[in-house]
Design a protein. Structure first.
Length: 279
């Protein structure tokens, strides 16, 4: 039986997708099962598919209170950064999109170049600046760091999205006596809901999972975010509670998964419309 080149290409594409899917999903599968394994079975190759499961890892008494505090810290800095980024990005993206000057258009593209610099390259200067301002080891210091690294992308996303909103609507409101602030509140923000959701999810998830800046800026155990706090969970000199770490990691991943599931429709819409090429 002769196989057509088109069919062979489809087969290769499906095989490639399956292989990539296995590579990406296996660590998640292994981490999920490890949260329910006994400590002795976690690194036992014979127990890759466990025959016994336990919920004990989720109820370690000496970790539970501080872990909940770390989750609270993560939520504070992530939510704070997200709110500030959105409040900055929507007006800034709107202004850049409506500006007639070519210099403003150039500025909108320069924003993306901020991501050409790795975070490790900027960390020394950024932490020195926070130290000068007295913001090291504080929620505000971490929040400002997250705002600095997420705002450029969200501003550019909003800037691109604004071209989907007819300028005539804004001009009509101006003729009716509305102010710029009224236009933002009654027109731009409501019509930009999909891209705002995209910016919220992007900023929140980036802040929720960030490690480097939280590690450098925060040094008090009571202020640590969950990713940093979990790295310190070593009750003995050479004993690491892997089962508890996997259990806490699983719990820590649930909030962003729920948020993403509830808002994924708007997230995809915002990304698609934000991909419009700015004229």
């Amino acid at each position: 039986m002769e196989i057509r080149p088109e069919d062979l290409a489809k087969i290769l594409a499906y095989v490639t997708v399956i292989i990539i899917g296995i590579i990406y999903l296996f660590p998640i599968f292994w981490a999920f099962l490890s949260a329910f394994k006994y400590e002795a079975d976690i690194f036992n190759p014979a127990a890759l598919i466990p025959t016994r499961l336990t919920l004990q890892n989720f109820f370690e008494p000496y970790f539970k209170p501080i872990f909940l505090q770390w989750i609270g810290n993560s939520f504070i800095v992530s939510a704070g950064a997200t709110i500030i980024v959105i409040l900055i990005s929507v007006p800034a993206g709107h202004v850049l999109a409506r500006a007639r000057s070519k210099s403003y258009r150039l500025l909108s593209h320069i924003l993306i170049f901020a991501y050409l610099f790795p975070s490790t390259f900027l960390i020394v200067g950024f932490t020195r600046l926070l130290g000068t301002l007295g913001l090291l080891n504080s929620y505000l210091g971490v929040i400002l760091a997250y705002v600095a690294f997420n705002a450029p992308y969200v501003i550019y996303l909003v800037y691109s999205y604004m071209f989907a909103i007819p300028v005539e609507l804004e001009e009509a409101l101006l003729v009716d006596g509305y102010t710029k602030f009224d236009i933002l509140k009654k027109l731009v923000f409501p019509l930009s809901f999909p891209v705002i959701v995209t910016g919220v999810l992007w900023t929140f998830m980036q802040s929720w999972n960030e490690v480097l800046y939280a590690l450098v800026i925060l040094n008090s155990p009571e202020l640590m975010t969950a990713p940093i706090g979990m790295a310190t969970l070593q009750p003995g000199e050479s004993i690491t509670p892997w089962g508890t770490l996997w259990a806490f990691s699983l719990v820590y991943s649930i909030p962003p998964l729920i948020v993403f599931y509830l808002l994924q429709q708007y997230y995809i819409t915002g990304l698609m419309r934000g991909a419009i090429k700015a004229a």
